[in-house]
Ligand binder design. Structure first.
Ligand code: F0G
Length: 458
């Protein structure tokens, strides 16, 4: 059959609020024009993030009941540990309550002021944690990764020549580790090839620099490799994942994405000294190393979820949903990052609202207009999220792109929901010249997108 179906059926439903335009206009005003500040009961379709927003399977719900809540050495820990050891191959495994907890502990234990951490693309929390520790976080994605409309199978790849230049310039002694983010969330959710991880590894080996994967969406990346990389289509996703992890010295992961869980994460590595330092800080900040800030039942849900994320049928369905929306938006002439990402479609808000300059936040305009049009919540990934106010002058620097991410929660929305979202985007597209621009009236010193306040300017 040619129709790709959801490889599951629905056993429990959760009502969605159907709201009116006048209500939404009032609610966005009350939220200071920041959709992060909207209560979820005012959202019809929530595409803010794929993080912790997925639906768990019957197997995961059953596993929750097996949760062993012993403080130390629980059965759930053993299952979590054994699953991760099989998939990653790493010697030391540490649960953390979510991805950024692992980032903070790694930064605290390994990063010093003056260090430089190269990555194909740092996620915002990774960058913020490294910068908080005094390091400079640099993005070295290949040039096609910065060309929004260009079709390329592995736009998330690391530019290995730039990496080599960076190492020469900084000195290997100032680079405690390099990272690769799979998939590259900050640059369109684009994948990284096995070949590129191998090439990165070869450069780092010459300088004796360890490689850490940010593996939040490792299973989606494995599927892209299976589909797009020569000679990989006959392999299981698990075997591809094992090879990706095997090419690195360790990994950070937010299990809220490809762990198919609502909370959790891990750090894993082979280096005994790194593990010792991490363990000590984990106990200080998160919890005993066999639970790391999670309940035993969460460890169970993650152990099951990691395996489900590696099922080929699940990934075929998941990628078909993104492709479905991508095709419909492209047919309508709507500017998006090509090709669609693993977990999201990224609208090019700069091309959508070319009359709005970056520092009047075209992405915020698009996000707010989609909410007003149909109660769809999306997220800005442009000059608010990745731009910055200079601490001395207060002057803003814009981000390289103005993107808006329509993120796909896992196993949550159906085809008619996606049709509805396309209709909402088209409605905004048709009146794209008659929309407000914004100024920021309040912002915190870091990760400002979460809590900033805005005001429309005419
Ligand atoms: N790394 C990547 C690539 C991420 O996308 C995220 C989170 C993190 C690390 C941090 O993990 O949220 O569990 O602390 N991304 C979410 C998003 C928030 O919406 O893309 P966390």
């Amino acid at each position: 059959m040619r129709t790709i179906i959801e490889p599951f059926r629905i056993k429990m439903t959760e009502p969605l609020p159907i709201t009116r335009r006048e209500q939404r206009e009032q609610w966005i005003r009350e939220a200071r024009y920041n959709v992060f500040l909207l209560p979820s009961e005012r959202i019809t379709i929530d595409l803010l993030t794929d993080s912790g927003t997925g639906a768990m399977s019957t197997q995961q719900w059953a596993a929750l009941m097996l949760g062993d809540e012993s403080y130390a050495g629980s059965r759930s820990w053993t299952r979590f540990h054994d699953t991760l050891q099989e998939i990653t191959g790493y010697r030391h495994i540490f649960p953390v309550h979510q991805g950024r907890a692992g980032e903070r502990l790694l930064a605290q234990t390994r990063v010093k002021p003056g260090h430089v951490i190269p990555n194909n693309g740092h996620f915002d929390t990774t960058r913020a944690n490294l910068e908080w520790a005094g390091a400079t976080a640099v993005d070295l994605v290949i040039a096609p990764g910065r060309d929004l409309a260009l079709d390329h199978p592995f736009k998330g790849n690391m530019d290995v020549d730039k990496l080599e230049d960076q190492i020469r310039e900084t000195g290997a002694e100032n680079i405690p580790f390099a990272m690769i983010t799979i998939t590259n969330n900050s640059f369109g959710g684009q994948p990284v090839s096995l070949e590129n991880i191998r090439a990165t590894r070869r450069v780092l080996d010459r300088w004796n620099i360890p490689l850490i994967l940010d593996a939040a969406r490792f299973a989606e990346n494995a599927y892209f490799i299976h589909e797009r990389e020569k000679g990989q289509s006959g392999r299981s996703l698990q075997s591809i994942a094992q090879e990706m992890f095997g090419l690195a010295d360790g990994a950070l992961m937010s299990a809220k994405k490809d762990g198919l869980a609502n909370i959790g994460g891990f750090f894993a590595c082979n280096n005994d000294a790194w593990a010792e330092d991490f363990r000590n800080m984990l106990i200080l900040c998160e919890g005993f190393p066999t639970y790391g800030g999670l309940a035993g039942r969460d460890l169970e849900a993650i152990a099951v979820g990691l395996r489900e994320a590696l099922e080929l049928e699940y990934q075929i369905y998941r990628h078909a949903t993104v492709k479905y929306m991508e095709t419909k938006l492209v047919q309508s002439g709507i500017p998006i990052v090509r090709p669609g990402g693993g977990h999201a479609i990224y609208l090019d808000a700069g091309a959508f609202h070319p009359h709005i300059p970056p520092l009047q936040f075209p992405g915020i305009t698009l996000v707010n207009e989609m909410f007003v049009a149909g109660g769809v919540r999306s997220v800005e990934m442009g000059s608010v999220t990745f731009g910055k106010a200079d601490p001395k002058t207060g002057q803003d620097t814009p981000a390289p792109f103005e993107l808006v991410r329509l993120t796909f929660p896992r196993r949550v929305y159906t085809q008619s929901h996606f049709d509805y979202v396309v209709e909402v985007v088209r409605e905004v597209w048709e009146r794209r010249d008659r929309v407000p621009r914004y100024e920021m009236v309040k912002q915190p010193p870091f990760l400002r997108h979460f809590s900033a306040h805005y005001r429309p300017v005419s």
